[in-house]
Design a protein around this ligand. Structure first.
Ligand SMILES: *Cc1c(COP(=O)(O)O)cnc(C)c1O
Length: 407
């Protein structure tokens, strides 16, 4: 199974309708043009496509299975299936685009991959790809996050990456973005800024989606083999939106398939700073180099956002999602912290699969759809595994679910 790269969107300037584009300092324009041209050229090259397929199959472990979750199906009264991105090497879908970006950087003669990371998931996936492909890797991370996500910092260091602390401001993701961006502007010739989702200036929303489209292409074929048809519904969580675009992309023209994106409503949808439900509560604007829905504070700056799932707390969203919302092709829903944690334990106990808290948002919404009697089967994109979350969940929620006396 190969990626498909022949999507009708975006246009040549990177627009999905009115969203996307490129809003960057002048010195970056030509660099981004070069990356776009290099990407459009290599995605036609059989040697690149063969190498990517080889790594997906023999390194990542693709195709990831589609699993019929029979226990959940019986309990909730709808046929529920899981696309098992949690089984990928490094534990989530992010490796799909990190490998693509690393191969592109290598082809372009870059020496180093750089990126920011919040919880460290993107950092670990990129450090992994850099080690494999033979590139240096600098990961910028807020000092506060480095303490919180200590195991991921250790992983990156073992993989040979440098982890550079952002020590100004609140010392979290926003400051890490600032530091990484500044470092990138210092040497955009020898470095590639590997963006971690379908966000950022053109060509990243297109390129990351294309690399993730393997998820949807596989799922479509696997679902047909299992059932003879198409799923009635597809559900995916949305942070920046890459796992969702990956699975949605293969089904956009199949109007019978209802697509559901799930944002985090955190602790409260009604209070600024307590959620990250960009498409539900945001409005169009420009940040981080592209136009999309965003959550703005009263000064028009990116709002502080929150979710129990650190992979979902981003104050904007990939521009294609904004377009798909406006044309009504995808329904965007929201799930709060408690519902996500309930689903985390429900999937663990019904199917023996511990999901990432991010993915648990998709599971929670799927179970809601099933209970509400939504027609047709439900395919959930299980974007990652929960190993990274177990200590946090048990410390904060264990007692509610009978997990006590943890040694
Ligand atoms: C990073 C992450 C996400 C959120 O990123 P998207 O670009 O929205 O897919 C979701 N699930 C997992 C497991 C992640 O690590």
């Amino acid at each position: 199974m190969k990626n498909t790269f022949d999507h009708p969107m975006p246009d040549a300037k990177g627009y999905f309708g009115e969203y996307g584009g490129r809003f960057v300092p002048p010195q970056l324009e030509s660099i981004l043009d070069e990356i776009t041209a290099a990407y459009l050229a290599i995605r036609e090259e059989p040697s690149f496509l063969d190498e990517l397929s080889r790594l997906y199959r023999h390194y990542v472990g693709r195709p990831s299975p589609v699993f019929h979750a029979r226990n959940l199906s019986a309990k909730y009264g709808a046929d529920i299936y899981l696309k098992r991105e949690d089984l990928n090497h490094t534990g989530a879908h992010k490796i799909n685009h990190c490998l693509g970006e690393a191969l592109l950087a290598k082809k372009m003669g870059k020496k180093k991959l750089i990126a920011e990371t919040g919880a460290g998931q993107h950092g670990v996936a990129l450090a992994t790809a850099a080690a494999l492909v033979g590139l240096e890797c600098d990961i910028y991370m807020g000092e506060v996050d480095m303490h919180k996500e200590h195991p991921n910092v250790v992983r990156m260091l073992i993989l040979g990456a440098r982890v550079i602390p952002a020590t100004h401001g609140r010392k979290t993701l926003k400051e890490a973005v600032d530091s990484a961006f500044e470092a990138y502007l210092g040497d955009p010739v020898n470095q590639l800024y590997a963006i971690g989702s379908v966000v950022g200036p053109h060509p990243f929303p297109m390129m990351v989606r294309d690399f993730q489209s393997i998820v949807g292409n596989e799922a479509k074929e696997q679902f047909r083999e299992l059932t003879g048809g198409l799923p009635g519904n597809i559900v995916a969580c949305v942070g920046g939106g890459s796992n969702a675009m990956g699975i949605f992309s293969a089904f956009l023209d199949d109007k019978a398939v209802a697509l559901h994106g799930v944002e985090p409503s955190g602790r409260s949808l009604d209070e600024d700073g307590e959620h990250a439900a960009t498409l539900t509560k945001g409005s169009p604007g420009v940040m981080h180099g592209f136009k999309s829905y965003m959550l703005k504070d009263t000064d028009g700056e990116p709002m502080e956002v929150y979710s129990v799932a650190s992979g979902l707390d981003y104050p904007s969203v990939g521009p294609q999602h904004s377009y798909l919302k406006d044309i009504g092709r995808v329904q965007y829903a929201h799930i709060n912290d408690q519902e996500a944690i309930d689903a985390f334990f429900e999937l663990s106990r019904q199917e023996g699969i511990i999901p990432a808290i991010e993915s648990a948002h998709a599971v929670a919404h799927a179970l809601k759809l099933a209970k509400a009697g939504e027609r047709g089967s439900i395919l959930i994109n299980l974007s990652g595994r929960g190993d990274k979350d177990i200590d946090f969940v048990v410390a904060n929620y264990g007692a509610e679910y009978g997990v006590t006396n943890v040694p």
